[in-house]
Write a protein that binds this ligand. Structure first.
Ligand code: ATP
Length: 341
């Protein structure tokens, strides 16, 4: 079953006979091409190492997954999707944004799969929020701005992330965001803006392996999951699409400004109940413009979220919101980020 992963990667293997005009053969990398250093993170079925590529001296992050473990945990689809989405995001386009962890190569040996990625040297945004408790207005605008650019780019490619949260927003050496963790992503055939009358649009649910009419298993993280994922909407044929990321964006913006996500509780069940009842409050002193934007994003009905009708296009209605006054979205990637204090 791991063959699929291999065949996807072995297209680069050296053909036996080559015409003179063939490009130089590309040899697969192997673990021997790197010096593995310390462990920088652990996932439920992977370990991420800091490593140095011997040939170039470049520092990279290498995610190592045990094939046996992936098969046992039925994570094959998750791993394949992560690779597919990262390849999509790596494809050079005029309007590309550099806010994603890059996949440089994949390779495998008898027991393990390896993902060679760009190294997010500054950890994740959650660590910073915990350290400083709340982001100030300038930082909130800057990082929410980069996140919105990243979401806009994914949606324009038909990718719904479905697990956006501060832990999955990593930071580069220069403190720009690098979105990671693409295993829960859903790929859509067509990017069709949802409309209230035809919410069962032609978006395909290729991210879910559930048969039609069967409720999909829960994808995402309780604090950031949108109500449509939790409700019975899937049974009625409505499909979870880009507005689910806009909901998560609203939750993350709330957390930037106040330090905690809006929906909290001692367990997932209680959090889900609060999400479905839209039960959350703004603490005193919450930035008024941010409050208005969060309120426009955290709408139970996906089509009513600000920007939902623009999914797949540019999120101008969100960018033009007064909260983002003064933000030049197109140059964020080359600006010096404000210090998180
Ligand atoms: P799970 O797979 O259970 O959802 P996860 O997504 O956190 O967990 P990984 O993608 O394997 O699992 O990442 C594990 C940890 O490694 C992350 O929490 C992150 O802190 C770190 N990490 C992942 N990719 C990179 C990277 N490119 N650069 C730096 N650190 C990384």
């Amino acid at each position: 079953p791991v063959k699929q992963f291999m065949s996807a990667t072995s297209r680069m293997s050296v053909p036996t006979e080559q015409p003179d005009t063939a490009p130089p053969p590309v040899t697969k990398k192997s673990p021997e091409d790197f010096i593995f250093k310390e462990i920088i993170g652990e996932g439920s079925f992977s370990t991420v190492y800091l490593a140095k590529e011997l040939k170039t001296g470049r520092q990279v992050a290498i995610k190592v997954c045990e094939k046996r473990h992936i098969l046992r945990e039925r994570k094959k689809d998750y791993v394949l999707r992560e690779k597919e989405v990262m390849n999509l995001l790596n494809t050079k386009r005029k309007d590309s944004v550099p806010f994603f962890v890059k996949l440089y190569s994949t390779f495998h040996d008898a027991e393990k799969l390896y993902f060679e990625m760009s190294y997010a040297a500054r950890g994740d945004v959650l660590q910073y929020i915990r350290r400083v408790e709340t982001l100030d207005e300038e930082c909130s605008k800057f990082y929410a701005g980069e996140l919105l650019q990243a979401i806009e780019h994914m949606h324009s490619l038909g990718i719904v992330h479905r697990d956006l949260k501060p832990e999955n927003i990593l930071l580069s050496e220069t403190m720009h965001i690098l979105i990671s963790d693409f295993g829960s992503c859903k790929l859509m055939d067509h990017v069709v803006p949802p409309s209230p009358s035809s919410s069962s649009s032609s978006l395909s649910d290729s991210g879910s392996s559930n048969p039609p009419g069967r409720r999909a298993s829960f994808v995402g993280t309780a604090q950031y999951v949108s109500p449509e994922v939790l409700s019975d909407d899937l049974r009625r044929g409505r499909i979870v699409g880009p507005p689910a990321d806009l909901w998560a964006f609203g939750c993350i913006l709330y957390q930037f400004v106040s330090g905690l996500p809006p929906f909290r509780g001692p367990n997932d069940y209680i959090i889900f109940k609060k999400v479905l009842a839209l039960e959350y409050q703004f603490p005193e002193g919450f930035l008024p413009n941010a409050q208005d934007l969060v309120q426009q994003l955290l709408k139970l009905e996906p089509t009513e979220r600000l920007g939902a009708s623009q999914a797949g296009d540019t999120y101008t209605s969100i960018k033009n919101h007064p909260f983002f006054n003064g933000v030049d979205f197109d140059t964020l990637y080359c600006q010096t980020p404000p210090k998180i204090l």
